[in-house]
Design a protein. Structure first.
Length: 308
């Protein structure tokens, strides 16, 4: 059986994923690579011997796009939505009628894969992330479903929630509350997936205080886990902006030094623990030997204690 190439497309970047997009006029192909999505017309490409430019180019991510998915199209081609996930921790939802972004979802870690179970109750959106966590979001019960089965929250409601989350970690709260209280709030925000929005929108002095808080309590063992969670989110959210402010850069470098010091201390403690274990084991063996034998006065011979 002879095999031949029907069409060739030049995306311009290493291609991460492909997805067929049904449309009224035929079948479209979506290719994702780098930070762009290209939409190609398969029928037109065959008639033009596989050459030409993409119909549309979408550039709404600022890091590599890792996955694509298409949902809807049961009732008509107007119902179809294209979803894209990226290492920038966002999932974008596009309307293929005009290729506009109708909704954007934010996740705590970079997104590697996604899928929507259209035939299941509440149409869950399943997203896999780099830290091994799988997020499953459902459409709320009693809500009117959209054409795609996805629930789109109103922008105003999301802004109110983000503002409320930011108040939980305000400057006054960080400085005036006990660290146990602050880090309990951090753990709860992490559990709810709201820590990213809680630390967003900070600049200058506010950001410096958050880095200073992390540096101060990093060395306390019972706080380490929560402090590392907070510091990781801060670095991911503001890594590109640290150098913009001298004060923020200074606090960031101090946090980096504190973390390096903690790592060195952990290594030293592991070495000391190994030495103590070796000495303890040697002492136990020696002590057991003394129990087994003793020196008999007079002739200098050894007598087995267990036999006497």
């Amino acid at each position: 059986m002879r095999q031949c190439v029907l069409s060739t497309f030049s995306h311009g970047s290493p291609v991460e994923c492909l997805s067929l997009v049904p449309s009224g006029g035929g079948t479209l192909l979506a290719s994702a690579g780098g930070t762009e999505i290209h939409i190609w017309d398969l029928l037109q490409s065959r008639s033009n011997s596989g050459s030409g430019k993409p119909l549309v180019t979408l550039s709404h991510h600022h890091k590599t796009i890792t996955c694509l998915s298409v949902v809807g199209g049961v009732r008509s081609s107007c119902d179809i939505r294209l979803l894209s996930g990226s290492l920038d921790r966002h999932v974008k939802i596009y309307d293929i009628t005009d290729y506009s972004v109708v909704h954007s979802l934010t996740y705590p870690s970079p997104v590697l894969s996604l899928g929507v179970a259209e035939n299941a109750e509440l149409s869950p959106l399943v997203v896999g992330m780099t830290d091994g966590v799988i997020s499953i979001r459902h459409r709320g019960r009693g809500r009117e479903p959209l054409a795609t089965g996805l629930s789109v929250r109103r922008k105003r409601e999301m802004e109110r929630k983000a503002e409320r989350n930011r108040k939980y970690l305000s400057d006054g709260f960080l400085m005036n509350q006990k660290p146990e209280v602050v880090l309990s709030v951090v753990l709860e925000l992490t559990r709810r997936g709201a820590l990213v929005s809680a630390v967003s929108g900070r600049r200058g002095a506010a950001l410096s205080k958050m880095f200073a808080f992390c540096k101060r309590w990093l060395s306390v063992p019972r706080f380490t886990r929560a402090v590392l969670d907070l510091a990781t989110v801060l670095v991911e959210a503001y890594g590109d902006e640290v150098l913009d402010s001298e004060a923020v850069c200074g606090e960031f470098l101090l946090l980096k030094k504190a973390l390096a010091y903690e790592l060195r201390m952990q290594e030293m403690l592991m070495q000391v623990s190994g030495m103590i274990g070796f000495i303890t084991q040697a002492h136990c063996l020696t002590h057991e030997g003394h129990k087994r034998t003793m020196l008999v006065p007079g002739d200098g011979s050894l007598q087995d204690v267990s036999a006497s």
